[in-house]
Ligand binder design. Structure first.
Ligand code: 5RP
Length: 229
């Protein structure tokens, strides 16, 4: 079973949590992509679903599958958001944003009654932080904001270089016109304290720590799918 097979297995297991008539948040990334495909299948079978995508990439995929889309302005409360993660721990604390969609992902998840995480077992960790923590930052004052992020890391007992995410030799630009600083921390000590410190910095738009948001994680392993609550 490849990693992509396991991602697909987790995505398909999440279909058990949705039903016709629901309003859904659609995540971003290679795992969420399988879930969006499954939603497309349900729509073809006649299910009445309306969805908010968490990125332009997901919006395009959903449109190509004939999935009816809405916005949070039209539909401010969703039933369920299903999304992937870069890391999750046993308390269902997540690192997200590897695909650069963390801001919309967090807004959509926080507008949903339930967030379900889907992942292959490589994403499950004892301590968050091996995966660099993405922080979405306004380009104006990037260096000054970076200094404040360093201070926030130190204050919360963390340390590690900040790397401007690049794509094709240029800074990666998010769907919201911002840039991403990836914080290579190794281990995140006190994720709650770090999350609060990062959120208090004016140039930080959002960070990739999702704490207290997911209520269910569906993890696919070689031996089948396990559910954490
Ligand atoms: C995008 C995300 C993704 O959910 C995360 O990067 C996981 O991606 P994948 O399913 O491709 O491993 O947070 O911003």
């Amino acid at each position: 079973m490849t990693s992509d097979d396991r991602k697909k297995a987790a995505a398909l297991a999440a279909v058990a949590y949705i039903s016709s008539g629901m309003k859904l948040g659609l995540g971003t990334g290679s795992t969420a992509k399988h879930f969006v495909d499954a939603v497309g299948e349900k729509v073809k079978q006649g299910w009445d679903l309306v969805c908010v995508p968490t990125s332009e990439a997901t919006r395009k995929q959903a449109e190509s599958l004939g999935i009816r889309l809405t916005t949070l302005d039209e539909t401010p409360v969703l039933d369920v958001t299903v999304d992937g993660a870069d890391e999750l721990d046993s308390e269902l604390r997540l690192i997200k944003g590897g695909g650069g969609a963390l801001l919309r992902e967090k807004i959509v998840a926080s507008s949903s009654r339930q967030m379900i995480v889907i992942a292959d077992d490589s994403k499950k960790v004892a301590t968050l932080g091996k995966y660099p923590l993405p922080v979405e930052v306004v380009p104006f004052g990037l260096k000054a904001t970076g200094i404040k992020i360093d201070q926030a890391l130190a204050w919360s007992g963390n340390k590690g270089p900040l790397i401007v995410r690049m794509r094709d030799g240029k800074p990666f630009v998010t769907d919201n016109g911002n840039v991403i600083l990836d914080c290579a921390l190794g281990h995140i000590h006190n994720p709650e304290k770090l999350a609060a410190a990062l959120s208090s910095i004016p140039g930080v738009v959002e960070h990739g720590l999702f704490i207290g948001m997911a209520s269910i994680a569906i993890i696919a392993t070689e031996n089948g799918v396990e559910t954490l609550k």
